[in-house]
Design a protein around this ligand. Structure first.
Ligand code: HEM
Length: 428
């Protein structure tokens, strides 16, 4: 397949299947044609380059998510490239940190359920209700900083800092450390992107080790003196006769909460504004009726279209025959949540952004089954409250006339814009 961007996007519709390169950066950025092609012509497709089997239809992705006994999550996906590396310099960096252990996202039941037990309470409806004023005041404070200018880069001015500040507050860290959290999240995401060169991987490893030592100190503090935050709940939780979590287990869970809790919500919030700019008819509907129910429908449709957690790894524990393809034991699969959410068999006219879609709540951006997103309710609250504050104060969103067209970042697991320069009018 040609390496030229427009050619890649055109060829993907018609080229022979064996010529497809689904990891091509242009297709990671703009996956819609590829997804359509795979859903229709190759619902189980083995990428010739990586050997990964792509599962692209809604029904099949749900089937995978609901059958963890066959489709295991047990692997250290985020650190796979690192731990498998033979680079002595990288090994020396990692040796200064704590060993990686498999917890929620990278673990199977029953152990996975055990880890969820330690954190589920921290994300209970009561805990989340108590957070609402903080989410609202944070959204207002962020808008205060850019409203007068009449323009902003929305990802860095609002999309990133809103969930980041919420999660930093919940991990019991001071706001002065925000920049560190941003750096660590970027290191984890960079590693997940599978697009780093050797020096990039080493730099990400240095940041991850720094993150581990920072939190090892916080964990020791919370053990000595518990506070009213998630970190204290995680490190001090104990259940009948069970060992409390080790430092390595705590670090793994905190890193998952940090990464899963930041980039995903940031991506959906930011894409939500772009979708309104691109779909003035839908924006008009929302302006005519900005009720909580309508904003909630808008949020669900934004989640469906954006699906920032676009692919998640599974490992098949036995040979599986599926749509005429044999998937050998121990093969790696992608559960393609983003493609599933645009499956025409489930969502008619799937690429159309439609906040009145009757079945928009069937979207599976947060996954399904035992691994269903721990932060789904938190993220929904951040989006519902965040968008309400935005719509109360700003209107008439448009792309900045002097900026480049917004582009998505090339990442195999996470899909989101790399920036969004907008102009708007303040509502007086
Ligand atoms: C728009 C925002 C979000 C999206 C689209 C999203 C998506 C997902 C998806 C698809 C899964 C399932 C993965 C799988 O089946 O392998 C998942 C799991 C998870 N999410 Fe989220 N997430 C979001 C926000 C959050 C937030 C705010 C947090 C934390 C505060 C969070 C923490 C987690 C954790 C810890 C898991 C693993 C749960 C387990 O395996 O038991 N996520 N998320």
């Amino acid at each position: 397949m040609s390496q030229n961007a427009p050619d890649v996007l055109t060829a993907v519709e018609t080229c022979p299947l064996h010529e497809l390169n689904p990891m091509h950066p242009e297709l990671l950025k703009q996956p819609w044609g590829l997804n359509r092609r795979l859903r229709n012509d190759a619902p189980i497709f083995q990428d010739p380059g990586s050997g990964i089997f792509f599962v692209s239809r809604y029904e099949d992705v749900v089937k995978m998510a609901m059958d963890p006994a066959t489709f295991s999550s047990k692997m250290l996906a985020p650190t796979r490239a690192m731990s498998a590396s033979e680079d002595p310099e990288l090994k020396a960096i990692l040796a200064k940190g704590y060993p990686q252990v498999a917890t929620m996202l990278t673990q199977d039941p029953p152990l996975q359920r055990r880890y969820r037990k330690f954190v589920d309470g921290a994300f209970s409806p009561a805990s989340l209700r108590a957070l609402e004023p903080f989410i609202e005041s944070t959204a207002n404070a962020l808008i205060d900083d850019f409203i007068v200018a009449g323009r902003c880069e929305f990802l860095s001015a609002f999309g990133v800092p809103l969930p980041l500040r919420v999660i930093v507050s919940q991990l019991g860290a001071p706001m002065e450390d925000l920049a560190l959290f941003r750096k660590w999240t970027e290191a984890f995401i960079g590693n997940l992107s599978q697009q780093l060169d050797a020096e990039g991987i080493r730099a990400a490893a240095r940041d991850m080790v720094e993150f581990q030592h920072y939190f090892a100190d916080r964990i020791a503090e919370r053990r000595a003196e518990p506070q009213d935050d998630i970190l204290s709940k995680i490190v001090n939780a104990s259940f009948d006769g069970e060992q409390p979590l080790s430092i390595e287990e705590c670090l793994s869970m905190i890193s998952q909460i940090l990464v899963a809790g930041n980039e995903t919500t940031s991506a959906s919030i930011t894409e939500g504004i772009m979708l309104l700019i691109e779909n003035p008819d839908q924006y008009a509907l929302l302006k005519a009726d900005p009720s909580p129910d309508m904003i909630s429908n808008f949020v669900e449709e934004v989640l469906r279209i954006s699906s920032p957690s676009s692919n998640m790894f599974r490992r098949v524990v036995k040979d599986v025959e599926w749509h005429g393809v044999t998937i050998p034991k121990d093969s790696i699969l992608f559960a393609r949540f983003a493609s599933a959410n645009q499956d025409e068999r489930r969502f008619p006219d799937p690429e159309r952004f439609d906040i009145t879609r009757p079945n928009l709540k069937e979207q599976i951006a947060f996954g399904k089954g035992v691994h269903h997103c721990l932060g789904a309710a938190l993220s929904r609250r951040e989006m519902n409250i965040g968008f309400k504050v935005v719509f109360d104060r700003l209107e008439n969103f448009r792309l900045s006339s002097d900026a480049d067209r917004p582009e998505f970042a090339a990442n195999a697991l996470l899909h989101g814009l790399s920036g969004l320069e907008i102009e708007f009018d303040a509502i007086s």
